[in-house]
Design a binder for this molecule. Structure first.
Ligand code: FVH
Length: 313
């Protein structure tokens, strides 16, 4: 395994050397550890609450008594903790042990936090790869879903045989923040869809329609509507919102949806936010242009889209 990641064996405590050290045994860290063990990898585990090491140890993992001991035990250190502060706090306790090892962070962070972690790791002689897990714990063993990676290409290439026991990986380039950004952008769409569904379910509650009834109608409708995404994307990438055949912003006025929500005593916030974006573009004189024009109210100034280079590396 050491030759696999192109590293020498750690000099500290070689008798306890393992392939991977997993810091964090929550739902996700435990699932990742189980997959590694099932694939025949040796794993040292550490968790803030030591009781949680019992399951992985019964499965064949070795428990470390401290973060330092865990980091020293393997050439590859994986963090799967709550958030960025817990990663920095935990690794900070073993900073002196990190030199020459590879750090794979699978904790959700913002893009800038991932970049900051990368700089911090480099300062401690550690190659850093960041991963965004797009799967729930139950999907790890069956290799469903996906894990996006960015950061050190050398680390990604060297770790490939190890990463192969988890859901399919996709490398997004050497900017450590990229995987996180793509992941969070995807989640933004998902949460707004869920919120839209819950808002609709609240609107029909006065009819006595259960949320389950509504979900049975909403799911196939939303599923059919996702076919529109590619067309919207083409207009956005082309930058011409006057392309014929689109639903115009004037036609997309949603004030009746806002009023209907209010009539039902339902907070219109989710749909009112969309209406506000439409209104801004209409007020700016773009009412005859297509619905995707609201992208212009959202995109960062000075950044244009339309480049195929924006995908995975
Ligand atoms: N679970 C999921 O479906 C999602 C899927 C997408 C990616 N996420 C991210 O994965 C990270 C870990 O998530 P998790 O599901 O394992 O989370 P928990 O079960 O809540 O476990 C949290 C672990 O973090 C430890 N921890 C918390 N704070 C600290 C701290 N200050 N210092 C050290 N460790 C800390 C906690 O330890 P303990 O409470 O057992 O002592 C757990 O090991 C996460 O970034 C998700 O966004 C999962």
């Amino acid at each position: 395994m050491y030759s696999m990641v192109g590293m020498s064996e750690p000099t500290r405590n070689p008798a306890r050397s393992t392939d991977v050290s997993m810091l964090g045994l929550g739902a996700m860290g435990s699932a990742l550890t189980t997959a590694l063990l099932d694939a025949g990898r040796s794993v040292t585990v550490w968790n803030r609450t030591p009781d949680r090491t019992a399951g992985p140890v019964a499965h064949g993992a070795r428990a470390a008594g401290s973060v330092r001991e865990a980091v020293a035990a393997s050439p590859v250190v994986v963090t799967c903790l709550l958030g960025y502060p817990s990663v920095r706090e935990t690794l900070g306790r073993a900073a002196g042990e990190l030199r020459g090892r590879t750090l794979l962070n699978l904790t959700t962070t913002t893009p800038n936090e991932a970049r900051e972690l990368s700089s911090w790791a480099a300062g401690h002689g550690t190659d850093h790869l960041d991963g965004a897990v797009m799967a729930v714990p139950a999907m790890i063993g069956p290799r469903e879903g996906q894990i996006l990676y960015s950061g050190s290409r050398a680390a990604y290439d060297a770790l490939l045989p190890l990463l192969d026991v988890w859901p399919a990986g996709e490398f997004h380039g050497e900017d450590a923040g990229r995987a996180s950004l793509v992941d969070l952008a995807m989640l933004s769409g998902m949460y707004q869809m869920f919120t839209g569904f819950l808002h609709g379910a609240a609107m029909v509650a006065s009819l006595g329609m259960s949320a389950s009834d509504f979900a049975a109608r909403q799911a196939p409708f939303l599923s059919a509507m996702t076919h529109e995404l590619a067309g919207y994307a083409k207009v956005v990438d082309g930058g011409d919102y006057t392309v014929p055949g689109q639903q115009s912003l004037d036609f997309s006025d949603l004030s009746h949806l806002v009023r209907a929500s209010e009539e039902e005593g339902v907070d219109p916030a989710p749909i009112a936010a969309v209406q506000e974006l439409i209104g801004r573009q209409i007020a700016a004189g773009h009412g005859s242009e297509g619905f995707p024009r609201i992208y212009e109210s959202l995109r960062p100034a000075g950044v244009t889209t339309g480049s195929a280079e924006g995908g995975a590396a």
